[in-house]
Design a binder for this molecule. Structure first.
Ligand code: PAZ
Length: 351
């Protein structure tokens, strides 16, 4: 059965699509390019009334940072993101690395002001944020589950069809590969104790529920998520530029798998990255078969510690890139998008 026939439509989908429709229409009229940037991880609920779910590592750094550079490059951005993950602009002052209160102080008159050392950077971020608000170039649409994500992606792609080649898909979200189909999801919280009888009748007939207790063990038996990229390229967004990301942990697999994805789905670009180095190097694999690493310099280690014998040693802090790699990725992508658009125009003139 088709995924969307078998999976419940999210309750807030129509409202999100209405917002997107108006946003896309505005930018289509202004002949502005629109990038759909996906960001953060999707969850896989194990129960309908969800207490437990499977999640992944993604904080949405790639997506939120890239969205800012798309806006700087003149795009309007639909930011399809995991609820409460990093957001463009506020990412500089949110989540665990920076508490926004650390940026503030009292002045002599007792008013709360920004610490002088942060003024310049914050003024820059604030200007960009205000510009995006004034021009209505950033639309934030949240998802939580993989089901929310798939429904939204399909509906947004359909809404973006009138943009034709001016539409761009930049799929940086970490989307679950496995999920619990609605027909095999239990209604209530899975009970860990055998003292409480659990109704396990919500299987699909032959199979038990995807998550259930058996001999005091929690058994989780997930189905594969359908390959939505194929449908996006062939059916939902056939005229847009489509860029997917490929994450691996084994360096020897990255290029092979990125090339495999391009061959399988015939889209425009796969950006490969490794979990541990993703902030400073990515691999561009393009439809013409070319492969190219983009690497930004790493900054110096900022902290050193004194060893047992009194020597100063570099500590084991991971090094951070001195430049945000997205500030190199996005202009390259925008340039490729320009080429795709002009190629499309030449092809249209030929017909
Ligand atoms: O969100 P983040 O910045 O921590 O991580 C970004 C990323 C590694 C999820 C992204 O660059 C990516 O590779 N997304 C695709 C993952 C995949 O489905 O292979």
């Amino acid at each position: 059965m088709d995924y969307f026939t078998a999976s419940p439509k999210p309750a807030n989908l129509d409202r999100q699509v209405t917002l997107a429709r108006a946003f896309i229409q505005q930018h289509a009229e202004q002949h502005r390019r629109v990038a759909l940037v996906t960001s953060g991880g999707t969850t896989v609920p194990l129960e309908n009334q969800t207490v437990r779910f499977i999640d992944n590592f993604s904080a949405g750094t790639r997506g939120a940072t890239s969205a800012e550079y798309f806006l700087q490059s003149g795009y309007a951005v639909i930011f399809l993101h995991r609820q409460f993950s990093l957001l463009p602009y506020s990412r500089h002052y949110s989540h665990s690395t920076n508490c926004f209160l650390d940026f503030m102080t009292h002045n002599d008159a007792g008013a709360v002001v920004i610490e002088s050392e942060y003024q310049q950077q914050m003024a820059k971020v604030l200007d960009q944020y205000r510009k995006a608000k004034r021009e209505n170039t950033l639309l934030l649409l949240p998802f939580v589950t993989v089901n929310d994500y798939l429904w939204l992606l399909r509906e947004l792609a359909i809404q973006m069809q009138p943009l034709e080649a001016n539409g761009l898909f930049y799929l940086a979200a970490a989307v679950s590969d496995f999920f619990v189909p609605a027909a095999r999801m239990v209604e209530h919280k899975i009970q860990s104790s055998e003292d409480y009888h659990q109704d396990v009748t919500n299987g699909d007939g032959d199979r038990p529920p995807a998550a259930h207790m058996e001999d005091k063990r929690l058994i989780i038996d997930l189905d594969p998520v359908p390959k939505f990229l194929k449908q996006l390229v062939d059916t939902w967004a056939p005229r847009s530029m489509i860029i997917s990301f490929k994450l691996e942990t084994d360096p020897s697999l990255l290029a092979k798998k990125a090339k495999g994805a391009l061959q399988k789905y015939s889209h425009h670009l796969v950006i490969g990255n490794l979990l541990n180095t993703r902030k400073w190097e990515v691999l561009f694999v393009a439809a013409d078969g070319s492969e190219r690493w983009i690497r930004v310099p790493l900054g110096r280690r900022t902290r050193s510690v004194t060893g047992k014998d009194g020597d100063t040693i570099e500590n084991a802090e991971p090094r951070e890139p001195s430049i945000e790699i997205e500030s190199w990725i996005v202009p390259e992508v925008a340039q490729m998008h320009t080429e795709v658009i002009s190629k499309g125009k030449v092809e249209m003139q030929r017909h």
